[in-house]
Design a protein around this ligand. Structure first.
Ligand code: PGA
Length: 254
């Protein structure tokens, strides 16, 4: 964490909860949220609940996002959702390239640039997820993978757009496994991403971009992660599904 970059705590609900539990959870979070001045909090909800969840969040600083979008504006793309559709039901942000999209649903690297463009054009705030698999880490390829994912996704982004973009570093081997990256591993990967952004889009962009860590974030490890210079927030899966575990993460003290 560093002054000038507001901490960003995000919950990724994935394909979990039902409508009533989602609404209970968002009401609880809203009730506990301060004025949003010292930290930004958002949830990425299943698309079918976005309208209801964002209706509850309205009037609070809570952000509500979708977990995916498609890059075309409209057409014969059965099952897909456009940025405009997501905005219409109250989303103000969207995840792009989550590892489950990349690995379980085989979304190719070269879609990410188009998805980023579509999100920015629809006035959504994108969170681009990057991260290596266990094999890639063991093979010493982490930096190469991050570089490839950043290069392909950010090829159309200009420095002026950087404040609307967030990157989430999520090592695939740490997602849902209970295995969190060590502070050294997270620190190195975050520093690598920030250096890459600075080289590509300028020092100012490198300083401004917020980079979240994701992968088995829990109330008992959030503080150590947030203490790292280049970690500006967390993207939380499993622990974002219950107030007992999500509220202490949101309310971590610095
Ligand atoms: P996890 O998921 O916190 O359950 O590991 C993180 C994510 O996939 O964003």
């Amino acid at each position: 964490m560093k002054e000038g970059r507001k901490p960003y705590i995000a919950g990724n609900w994935k394909m979990n909860l039902d409508r009533s539990r989602a609404l209970d959870l968002i009401k609880t979070i809203k009730g506990r949220l301060g004025d949003g001045n010292d930290r930004e909090v958002a949830v990425f909800a299943p698309s079918v609940y976005l309208a209801d969840v964002s209706a509850v969040a309205q009037g609070s600083p809570l952000g509500v996002g979708a977990q995916n979008l498609y890059f075309e504006r409209e057409g014969a793309f059965t099952g897909e959702l456009s940025g405009a559709m997501l905005r219409e039901v109250g989303a103000d942000r969207v995840l792009i390239g989550h590892s489950e999209r990349r690995h379980l649903f085989h979304e190719p690297d070269d879609w990410m640039a188009r998805k980023l463009r579509a999100a920015l054009d629809a006035a959504l705030l994108p969170v681009l997820c990057v991260g290596e698999t266990l094999d890639e880490r063991k093979g010493g390829k982490t930096d190469r993978v991050l570089k490839r994912q950043l290069e392909t996704a950010l090829m159309d982004v200009v420095a002026g757009e950087i404040r609307r973009l967030t990157i989430a570093y999520e090592p695939v081997w740490a997602i849902g496994t209970g295995e969190v990256a060590t502070t050294e591993q997270a620190g190195e990967a975050h520093a690598f991403v920030r250096r890459w952004i600075a080289q590509k889009l300028g020092t100012e962009a490198g300083e401004a971009i917020r980079i979240l860590y994701g992968g088995s974030v829990k109330p008992d490890n959030v503080k150590a992660l947030m203490a790292l210079d280049d970690v500006d927030g967390v993207l939380v899966g499993g622990a974002s599904l219950k107030p007992d575990t999500f509220l202490p993460i949101i309310e971590f003290d610095t």
